[in-house]
Design a protein around this ligand. Structure first.
Ligand code: G6P
Length: 489
């Protein structure tokens, strides 16, 4: 049904940094295709190849670059599950400066408020060179999309990597309908203004080049509008309840949309009942020990995910409430992410050290309080979701956070959710989750205790309501809603 709705629409081009496939280059020159990861890719992949959209993405590593060169304009359909994909072979140095330098070290840090301002940021000559690379990389996308898009077609540009693309495309192809969607939070104006003035302007002008700008929650849409007003002097149009619904600037109007990407219930329920997940569940149960409770977390080892404070909160729980010693295991999956950046590598090491310290301080012969796994394994994560008594999702800031939405959907016996109030998901799940200030380690420890002590019937009731809220806007619907809104604009 969803696909029919897409077919009734104009032809679509998607543009995102990470695409649905990534390639590993073997020593013998052979290429192995694997699936691209992250919430953005799962959201966009849900529409499937039948929708006929062309997906433009970047070559991220050497394997991708070789594949893109060998393939030419379209990747081999066998590697992409039939999805037409154009992978851009951006030069390695340009890509590194744009992706690591600007997207992940500047824009990501701004929107997640991650800078430790006495030391960073520092916008120096290296930053300026990286910015030039970011412009070139955005221009490469804009040119490719301009080639791919049919007359009057719709273009959906994704995330902070590609903020300049809508503005560039508007110049190249004024006939197109252009939408931008942010999967991250948007920084509030006082934080956003840490960026150099010209860059702060350029990013906003870039996004405002589109007909629509989409966000995961009202909070992020309002912050974007507030930055447009503060930085550009743009006019913000509001609904009766005060939410920002459009930005008017230099004679054009960009409408704002809020589309809260939900979990894919059908996929998760089916996938989490397969034999490999059953086997993992049994293995995890054995590792945790019969009768013990589990507090589960699953994240990319990402600075914004706040894994270290989560571990510290678990430590406080064991210190303050000795009744839990020997009776609970914190199963933490923290898989590698953005390892080209030293600050991510250091953070990963800090996560490992903190877990070891807790195990050294409290572990006994037959009980290891923290079971930390630093590799990614999707079936194992699903098994942990099923088993969890408590899920800990405590990011400093997060656009949405899909883990918070996935756990209640697959949970076997109900799972209490300790959730950061700074995650976008809190707007939808706040009533039945235990909300915490992510910086408050003591309050997080108390919430863990409350979650572990929750009456099983209450826990099950809450889990059902959480699952209903979490699946209200499944990925395919999320996509179609955005598209419909773009066509109406
Ligand atoms: C976030 C971003 C996505 C990104 C994902 C994984 O969810 O919003 O755009 O793809 O993180 O990060 P990576 O740098 O590995 O693509």
């Amino acid at each position: 049904m969803v696909v029919d709705e897409i077919h009734r629409s104009a032809p679509i081009v998607l543009a995102s940094n990470r695409g649905p496939v990534s390639y590993r280059l073997g020593e013998d020159g052979s290429l192995t295709a694997g699936r691209g990861g992250g919430g953005l890719v799962s959201g966009l992949s849900a529409i499937g190849p039948e929708a006929g959209a062309v997906w433009v993405c970047a070559a991220l590593g050497e394997g991708d670059r070789v594949a893109a060169r060998r393939a030419g304009r379209r990747l081999d359909a066998a590697d992409t599950g039939g999805q037409p994909v154009r992978m851009l072979d951006v030069p390695a140095e340009t890509f590194a400066a744009a992706y690591n330098g600007i997207a992940n070290s500047v824009l990501w840090f701004a929107h997640h408020m991650l800078w430790q301002t006495p030391l960073e940021p520092s916008f120096d000559a290296e930053f300026r060179a990286q910015w030039a690379a970011y412009e070139a990389y955005n221009a490469a996308f804009a040119e490719a999309v301009a080639e791919e898009a049919a007359e009057g077609g719709c273009v959906l540009v994704q995330d902070y990597h590609l903020t300049l693309v809508p503005g560039m495309l508007r110049v190249l192809r004024p006939d197109l309908r252009i939408g931008h969607f942010s999967h991250t939070p948007w920084a509030p104006p006082d934080y956003y203004r840490l960026l150099p003035d010209d860059i702060a302007e350029q990013v906003l002008r870039g996004v405002l080049g589109g007909d629509r700008a989409g966000f995961l929650t009202h909070r992020w849409a309002d912050a974007f509008a507030a930055c447009c007003a503060a930085t550009l002097g743009a006019e913000v149009v509001r609904t009766a309840d005060g939410s920002a619904e459009a930005v008017r600037f230099e004679g054009r109007t960009t409408r704002l949309g809020v589309h809260g990407l939900g979990a894919d219930a059908d996929f998760l329920r089916e996938r989490s009942r397969r034999a490999d997940v059953d086997a993992w569940r049994a293995r995890l149960r054995e590792q945790v020990g019969p009768g013990r409770r589990t507090i589960v977390r699953v994240d990319r080892t990402e600075l914004s995910k706040n894994i270290v404070r989560g571990l510290r909160a678990f430590r406080r729980l064991l210190e303050e409430r000795p009744q839990w010693r020997g009776r609970v295991v914190h199963v933490a999956f923290a898989y590698p992410s953005r390892q080209d950046l030293a600050v991510y590598r250091d953070y990963m090491a800090e996560v490992g050290r903190t877990a070891q310290e807790i195990n050294a301080a409290f572990g006994t012969e037959d009980w290891q309080p923290v079971a930390l796994h630093l590799d990614d394994d999707f079936p194992r994560s699903l098994a942990a979701y099923r088993l969890a008594d408590v899920a800990l999702v405590n990011p400093i800031r997060d656009g949405m956070n899909l883990v918070a939405k996935e756990v209640p959907v697959v949970s076997d016996d109900g799972c209490a959710l300790v959730l950061s109030r700074e995650a976008g998901a809190a707007a939808e799940l706040g009533e039945d989750a235990l909300l915490v200030n992510p910086y408050d380690v003591e309050a997080t420890a108390r919430a863990l205790h409350e979650a572990l002590s929750m009456d099983p019937a209450e826990r099950e009731r809450r889990t059902k309501r959480l699952a209903a809220a979490a699946t209200a806007l499944p990925p395919a619907r999320w996509f179609v809603d955005q598209l419909a809104a773009l066509q109406e604009s």
